[in-house]
Write a protein that binds this ligand. Structure first.
Ligand SMILES: [Zn+2]
Length: 363
């Protein structure tokens, strides 16, 4: 099994890396994302991948991107922090690079990496929750990513846990991420500092003298020092996290939850309270096993590691791994050769390039 390139496309940066079959990143390049322009975003990805292709022989290329990716792993339907709207990302990349490419949602790619090489190794049924500014997620059922009918499954941050609760950026009220995310942690700390300044002296000090200056790292630092106000904030937010996990377990019954994202750097400060409310909230808890709740292991590279591994899996199936219909095809033929090949294979199809038709392979 050879090397693959994984790309992680976020709203602020693009990271591309050469990844070996064990998930080790051999070389990585980073670029700032020109997020306002769909063409410029594409150009930066092509540029980063081309730089790596000039130095390495690779079997497959996978892109993990923020936003909704369609079921065919072909187009980005919508990405809140990028200008892509129904953007045919896979076809554009394949045309530019002359190589087969797969496109996947970044949280799905990260979860895939954690299942294959990280915290959830050995598990077949996994839910990954990414706790950052908001809450992202991904679902693996029976060893396969669950993508839903339209490709956009696994967005639990916007399921509503409080009727008529806090207003969410998505337009609804009471979404889980309004209570169990990094933003919720900061909001909780600022509100407490405004209400009870004498009990939040350390938090206010770390905030530069005002409640409004308190940020996530400040709450984590104060909690690590044993500050009661900061620990209280983690207790509340971790509690909401665990309650949501219990609800997810009622639906999906996973063997393992993996908690990633920036707030997971706080470790047991977040996971400790989450375990308690998860176990207390679990339906039929005295008659069933508790799922493991583990911290993600692969850190910021999880997205590109997972994208590379998915690409290898889908584009270069081998015996012993899941059966795929694609043959490994490192290089596409020239445009005219592809057209000829397409006419032979699909006599009735005259207009769409082969690469633009949905892959028949699903994970
Ligand atoms: Zn929402």
């Amino acid at each position: 099994m050879g090397l693959a390139i994984g790309v992680d496309v976020g709203g602020t940066k693009v990271a591309a890396g050469v990844v070996d079959a064990d998930g080790q990143v051999i070389e990585k390049v980073k670029r700032v994302t020109p997020a306002a322009s769909p063409e410029d975003t594409m150009g930066v990805i092509v540029n980063a991948v081309s730089e790596l292709l000039a130095r390495y022989e690779v079997d497959a290329i996978g892109v993990g991107t923020a936003g909704f990716v369609d079921r065919e792993r072909s187009s980005v339907l919508f990405a809140p922090n990028l200008a892509w709207r129904d953007e045919p990302v896979r076809r554009q990349l394949e045309d530019s690079l002359g190589r087969r490419v797969i496109v996947e949602n970044d949280a799905n790619a990260a979860a895939w990496a954690e299942v294959r090489m990280g915290a959830a190794r050995g598990h077949q049924d996994v839910v990954m929750i990414t706790v950052g500014t908001g809450i992202g997620g991904a679902i693996v059922i029976d060893g396969r990513l669950y993508r839903g009918r339209f490709g956009v499954a696994g967005e639990p941050g916007h399921y509503r846990v409080v009727p008529d609760g806090r207003l969410c950026g998505c337009g609804n009220r009471g979404c889980w991420e309004q209570y169990a995310s990094g933003s919720a942690l900061v909001a909780e700390a600022r509100e407490f500092a405004r209400r009870s300044p004498s009990a939040a002296i350390r938090l206010i000090q770390l905030g530069g003298g005002s409640p409004e200056g308190i940020d996530g790292p400040a709450v984590t630092l104060a909690a690590r020092e044993g500050d009661a106000a900061a620990l209280r904030c983690f207790g509340i937010v971790g509690g909401w996290l665990g309650a949501g996990l219990a609800d997810l377990a009622a639906i999906l019954d996973p063997g393992c939850f993996v908690i990633g994202g920036g707030v997971s750097d706080a470790g047991d400060l977040l996971i400790g309270p989450a375990r308690v409310t998860y176990q207390n909230g679990l339906t039929g808890r005295t008659h069933r096993d508790f799922a493991e709740i583990k911290l993600a292991e692969l850190g910021a590279d999880a997205g590109l590691i997972g994208a590379a591994d998915l690409a290898r899996d889908v584009l270069c199936p081998v015996a012993g791994r899941a059966v795929r219909s694609h043959r490994c095809a490192p290089a596409l033929r020239s445009q005219s050769a592809r057209r000829r090949l397409r006419r032979r294979r699909h006599p009735s199809s005259n207009h769409r390039p082969a690469a633009a038709r949905g892959s028949r392979t699903r994970r």
